[in-house]
Design a protein around this ligand. Structure first.
Ligand code: HEM
Length: 176
């Protein structure tokens, strides 16, 4: 998130967000675990400092995360987890399970693909964490860009609206 804000809005903006969120860490270590309150406080402060809704910030951050953070730091893991858009979506649990082996304290989300048609599927997202629905939309769009696949994502069911879990209708240019 730091890298995303510094790249898109400059270091002073990030400092303002970090200070508003009462986060004292100045150099985040990608290998370390940080408490969830920091994430939520940073998102909240970012909505104020950037004057954008959380939905927009999380969506843009999700895309950035896949295309830069993951692609730069975790390219091998991404490569073995899927050779195209759909196979990567189908292997998200395996991908997170591989990371959990080295970091047992993780509480990764769970994904499932159902109702597969040529060019569309339903992606189910289950997590103990709230508020990350727009982040998932951005991540899925980022995965599409990574594979040069045109992707449209629509939230069709939301836990925050009383559903059991989030469901996304994902349409993509059929490459399979
Ligand atoms: C190489 C690529 C990836 C790595 C290394 C990675 C790693 C991680 C890690 C370490 C967490 C934090 C878990 C925790 O602190 O308990 C996480 C969370 C998450 N990941 Fe991934 N991930 C990758 C790709 C993806 C992709 C492609 C998606 C979705 C399309 C995804 C969806 C999520 C979501 C939504 C969360 C938020 C946590 C939650 O919902 O509870 N990840 N991931």
């Amino acid at each position: 998130m730091q890298e995303f804000v510094v790249t898109s809005h400059g270091a002073p903006k990030w400092d303002a967000i970090r200070t508003m969120a009462s986060v004292e860490v100045t150099n985040f270590d990608g290998m370390q675990h940080y408490p969830d309150w920091m994430t939520y406080a940073l998102i909240e402060a970012a909505t104020k400092e950037l004057d954008e809704p959380a939905e927009q910030i999380l969506g843009a951050f999700g895309e950035y995360w896949v295309l830069y953070t993951a692609k730069e730091g975790w390219e091998d893991l991404l490569k073995v987890s899927g050779s195209d858009f759909v196979s990567l979506l189908q292997n998200l649990d395996l991908l997170h399970a591989r990371i959990s082996r080295s970091y047992p304290e993780l509480k990764p989300p769970a994904f499932q693909c159902t109702d597969r048609q040529p060019g569309s599927l339903l992606l189910h997202y289950r997590s103990d964490r709230a508020g990350l629905t727009p982040f998932v939309v951005g991540l899925v769009k980022g995965v599409g860009k990574m594979f040069q696949t045109d992707v449209r994502v629509k939230v069709v069911s939301e836990k925050s609206q009383g559903a059991d879990h989030d469901v996304f209708h994902v349409e993509y240019e059929p490459h399979d």
